[in-house]
Design a protein around this ligand. Structure first.
Ligand SMILES: Nc1ncnc2c1ncn2[C@@H]1O[C@H](COP(=O)(O)OP(=O)(O)O)[C@@H](O)[C@H]1O
Ligand SMILES: [Mg+2]
Length: 328
């Protein structure tokens, strides 16, 4: 049975002033035991999708089921199967981590003894045993995210939804959280997470759906997505801007990205000599050349025509010319 089955869901927010189609048409399937990543920029509809799947928001159109249970008509049953860590949680920061776990366990109906036991287990699981007796308001960003993760696990859910679990964290804390998320997956929990970080989707997700403007625009494993753009990316750099300009006129398929030229070809390594010879014959010296597999950013660019903003890579690598869409 599928862990999550989403069929053409849609969410329209209507107010007196206007109508927002936050989610236009989203479908995907998640197998049990996998990490599924919803990758997309700010405003793509990721949080709205998660809120609908976790019964916190009604579905305007389409249907979704969790372990075969319908999200709209059997919301109570669904809530027993799932855990959720939302993007903006209003957790009580006056309490200590231990008190917060204990209270949450009691809310889920555990006895006092069991709540104490579960609190201890979960503090250990998310690495907060030492900090357990400190007030949550003294926790770092990474510790708060680990706390959120731990709290979503109190009732041992089979399916876990994480909305941007590492946004705003430093690379070190992000990595710690990644390891925890992988460990949970390896222990049998199915995980659906949203992210705007390419690297996170690449590192964590067994399968990825790229979402943009309320639509799923591509889906597959990271490798499948990269293979879908049909080749390798050759990157060339030059000793002077003048050479770069000249090379750009010669290699008409090339697209400039900062001070490099990039070309997508079927077989990068074997094509390199041809490009180099062409440039040499025109008196242009190449400073560095490499062929590499496309990144998820290349995939995002291919399917949406934009760079994925809000990522480290997009921030440092803004293309100075827009890339031509290959006719297919
Ligand atoms: N309650 C709401 N009312 C009106 N518009 C909303 C509401 N929630 C989200 N939106 C809009 O829906 C779109 C998708 O938002 P969201 O799902 O939060 O995207 P993401 O999580 O991918 O950043 C955005 O344009 C956002 O402004
Ligand atoms: Mg969001």
């Amino acid at each position: 049975m599928l862990a999550v089955d989403v069929k053409n869901i849609k969410k329209t927010f209507t107010s007196k002033q206007d109508t927002v189609e936050a989610v236009k048409d989203v479908s995907f399937q998640v197998e049990q035991g996998e990490i599924f990543g919803l990758l997309g920029p700010n405003g793509a509809g990721k949080s709205t999708t998660i809120l609908m799947l976790t019964t916190l928001l009604s579905i305007t159109d389409g249907s979704a089921s969790i372990l075969g249970i319908d999200v709209e008509t059997q919301d109570k049953e669904v809530r027993e199967k799932i855990g959720v860590a939302l993007q903006d949680t209003g957790i009580d920061k006056i309490l200590t981590g231990r008190e917060l776990f204990f209270t949450t366990c009691r809310l889920w109906g555990y006895s006092k003894v069991d709540s104490e036991k579960r609190t201890k287990e979960l503090l250990e699981l998310v690495g907060l045993t030492e900090a357990g007796d400190r007030r949550v308001k003294t926790y770092s960003g990474g510790m708060k995210r680990r706390l959120d993760l731990g709290l979503s696990l109190v009732h041992s859910p089979e399916i876990l939804f994480l909305d941007e679990p590492t946004t705003g964290l430093d690379p070190g804390s992000r990595r710690v959280l990644w390891e925890e998320i992988k460990r949970l997956r390896d222990s049998g929990v199915t995980i659906i997470l949203t992210t705007q970080y390419l690297e996170e989707a690449d590192e964590l997700a067994d399968r990825i759906a790229i979402i943009d403007e309320g639509l799923v625009v591509a889906e597959g494993t990271s490798d499948e997505l990269k293979a879908s753009i049909g080749g390798d990316v050759i990157t060339l750099s030059f000793y002077s801007d003048e050479d770069l300009e000249k090379a750009k006129n010669i290699l008409t398929d090339a697209v400039q990205s900062k001070d490099e030229l990039r070309i997508t070809v079927a077989d990068g390594a074997s094509k390199i000599p041809e490009y180099i010879n062409k440039l040499i014959s025109e008196g242009i010296e190449v400073s560095t050349v490499s062929a590499s597999k496309p990144t998820l950013d290349d995939v995002f660019l291919e399917v949406t025509g934009n760079r994925l903003e809000g990522t480290e890579k997009a921030a440092e690598e803004k293309p100075t010319t827009t890339r031509k869409r290959r006719g297919r």
